[in-house]
Design a protein around this ligand. Sequence first.
Ligand SMILES: [Zn+2]
Length: 258
Amino acid sequence: MRIGAHVDATDPLDEAALRKADAVQFFLADPQGWKAPQPRADAAQLRGSEVDVYIHAPYVINLATTNNRIRIPSRKLLLSHAGAAAEVGAKGLIVHGGHVNAGDDIATGFDNWRKAFAQVAASGGHGVPVFVENTAGGDNACARRFDNLARLWDAVGEYGVGFCLDTCHAHAGGEDLLDIVDRVRAITGRIDLIHANGSKDAFDSGRDRHDNLANGMIDPDLVVEVVRTAGAPVIVETPGGVDGQATDIAYLRDRVGR
Ligand SMILES: [Zn+2]
């Protein structure tokens, strides 16, 4: 089982070595900004590395929104990150499930997702696997509660989209971690990546504050069970820098086996 961490983008392979990680995830540009990624000097090294590379798309991307001024640039930004992710040999590009605004019909959000993928599919695809990630908060989210996730998958499933399950987001979003792997698979048919995170907040709090696995409000045995049953690669997006994340990676390896 490949286990790694979300790390600073400056020297991801160094960060992987410091954590004894098999995989890294990082941003290719400011996660709160709209700038397209710049070419990386270490692209060939990343492509040739034993360490698996995952790219997290910026948080500002919202493919669901009815706001044209967000939705259209979101498609463009996702596509530019997909191109740059392919350049570094990424195994996946992770993007959040997005949301519509209060008062909007969420059906429009799912349709916007479908259109985004249909448009790219018609012009050759993203060039890298895209994984939609479940999110923690909001009343109008496409991938917080699994009743909505099922509607999202009805819209995008045919385009070969992958799924990234975040344990903190599920817990804070109000989806019980017990049996969650089976419930996700019943909807998506697949889990491509696990974000194995603890949560500083209570079940269904809607808050997105990650914690280390042995701390926080999620029973770590539940996270271990998710990792074991999903059988997918794992990224910890936990605090504490090298020490905190190396401890979380070792914690999972000790309990899940390799
Ligand atoms: Zn995550």
